[in-house]
Design a protein around this ligand. Sequence first.
Ligand SMILES: [Zn+2]
Length: 468
Amino acid sequence: MRDTYLHLALSSLLNNLAISRVAAPCAFSLTGLALLVYSLGNGYWRKLLSIWCRWKEEKKTQQDQLRQLKRFNVGEDCPVFDGLYSFCQTYAGGSVGGAVKLNHGHCDIAVNWAGGLHHAKKCEASGFCYVNDIVLAILELLKVHERVLYVDIDIHHGDGVEEAFYTTDRVMTVSFHKFGDYFPGTGDVRDIGFGSGKYYSLNVPLDDGIDDESYQSLFKPIMGKVMEVFKPGAVVLQCGADSLSGDRLGCFNLSIKGHAECVKYMRSFNVPLLLLGGGGYTIRNVARCWCYETGVALGIELEDKMPQHEYYEYFGPDYTLHVAPSNMENKNSRQILEDIRSKLLDNLSKLQHAPSVQFQERPPDTELPEADEDQEDADSRWDADSDTNDEERKPIPSRVRRENVEPEGKGTDDMKMEERLREVESTFADSTSLKGCNSGSALMDGGQIKVEQGSSNKPFDQPTDINS
Ligand SMILES: [Zn+2]
């Protein structure tokens, strides 16, 4: 009887396994066969279950990754590519490094043509910008300077930088850009900042085909006034070259000289200047522009005829540094330009004086290692994009020097820095306190710098040449 039930149960199992047509001449042999099939079936289901679990896990991981990519806007305009991490590290490090050099007085002008990725937000990549090196550099400059001016001559609105400093009066942002059905869609003339930052964001919306003369008819009066009222301790100029004539994505009609005139003008104020790159999609003209502007920064007028070099053939048929602008229509009428200029000058007139800051704490400098690559052991370099496990990597030396730890021996840089800061301190000694500088972990000589409104910087009424 028991065998009969077993027979029936096994037959049903075999049916389920779709092999029940196997003839079973007797209960004994059928039991043996069924046990064999059962054990095979059991293994099969287990295998199937593990495949399903793995598939489910992979799907979850994929969904998590997609969610992360979407959350941080990585994808279409901001693709993931090999070497992305070191790309970001290099261009952002260059800008922060430039700011450190300026803070230490090692140079008057620092240049990082790889930087200027002005669209990146705190939590979001945008417009091929992953990390906003400009914001990082400005934060570095703010450790020493009360006020920093940001100027953006890329054809696109400098939205990421504006957003970062929209509510503070310690950074003024000025962006000259194409406005109206154009990426990123922000930068209306009415966007002026918020709260303490009201009137410290300036937007100059422009239309297609603007030429050198029209551009400078706005740039010089506006920037002259900004320098006069804001009195920045340092200037960051984003020199996006997509505002040049003939750019693949741009629609302005600036010559290289017209573009570089902005560099020349900002340089003339003799204020520490950080020059950054930015957009630019007709590559040979980007190279021409930043080459010429490097000359402007150095005070050298470069010859138009290009010397022989590795990439000479890219610059044919003329092989010259300058290219003539096109004959495209300038849609910026005199009246429109006049309206924009008077509106912005009116906003600037509402700023009575340059805001000042009480430095309660001075954040530590970001210290950039200056390793000699020739001397460095290539094997010990850390490749940020390699697949090496974290544990296998050599420890990275700390790049931030805590200034509240008593140094063993002060280098020349530290002494220069302290001298500089003491000068600042004595300048502002008897003044009233206003606003706090809020981050960092080190006290500056254990004291505070108190600042009087509008008393801290030299006037900029008369631009002077940096060499004079
Ligand atoms: Zn751009």
